[in-house]
Design a protein. Structure first.
Length: 242
């Protein structure tokens, strides 16, 4: 259904504008430079989550979920929070796959973490492998986020480190997630992740960023931090988000 004829879309948009916080909008806009400030309504996350919980039960919410792309950043975040509430794995997976191509920033990408995925980790690996092989920046980032959230503890396998390391990208937001993933891996699976740092398997900037973020963790000892810092590399020019 075209969005201009979607009554529930208009209802949701009106509700979001009622929740607008102009100071929060101005502050948040600086954190997501890839998003036009004009597309940001300025709804704080707790209010969005509450709205998602309420609207997720609406009998016509499917019309809103189908009305992609949404013109507002806050609508995309609301969309993601509604998907998190879907309890059926197959239904949730299909809805996430439909939404992923329309994610255009790191914040919306990283907010999306359906709880049902954590209860279907074996089945989730197949789509994760597909997503990480995508050419879309935020689909790749989402795949890495799923590996970081669900597969660095009891379900960890060393091959997952290789999956992330194998991504070659010039995209800032992909490389930042690679660094974040390896920093978390160093905190949770130090012995398995360390060779990737020792052998300089990551691009220089990503390598350094992983070390930096790992050294910010309280789960890594001071001795480990000193060793990691000793392996930092010189980088002529840091990449910038675009």
């Amino acid at each position: 259904m075209p969005e201009e004829y979607c009554d529930i879309c208009e209802e949701i948009r009106e509700k979001l504008f009622e929740l607008r916080d102009e100071e929060y909008k101005a502050f948040h806009a600086k954190l997501i430079p890839t998003v036009s400030e004009d597309s940001i309504i300025g709804v704080r996350t707790p209010a969005l989550r509450k709205c998602a919980k309420e609207m997720g039960r609406h009998p016509r919410i499917g019309e809103f979920l189908a009305a992609l792309p949404h013109p507002y950043y806050d609508e995309n975040n609301l969309h993601g929070f509604i998907l998190e509430g879907i309890k059926d794995y197959g239904e949730c997976l299909a809805a996430v796959e439909a939404f992923l191509p329309y994610i255009d920033n790191w914040a919306t990408c990283d907010m999306l973490a359906p709880k049902v995925f954590g209860r279907h980790r074996e089945e989730l690996l197949e789509p994760v492998r597909r997503w990480i092989a995508s050419e879309d920046t935020y689909t790749i980032r989402f795949a890495m986020n799923m590996l970081m959230r669900f597969y660095l503890d009891g379900d960890f396998k060393p091959e997952y480190l290789e999956l992330v390391c194998g991504v070659a990208s010039g995209e800032y937001y992909v490389n930042m997630m690679i660094a974040w993933y390896f920093a978390t891996a160093l905190a949770k699976q130090y012995e398995a992740a360390l060779p990737y740092i020792e052998q300089r398997r990551l691009a220089a900037w990503t390598h350094n960023k992983a070390i930096q973020k790992a050294c910010e963790s309280r789960r890594i000892t001071e001795e480990q931090k000193a060793y990691l810092r000793s392996m930092k590399e010189k980088v002529s020019r840091a990449p910038q988000p675009v």
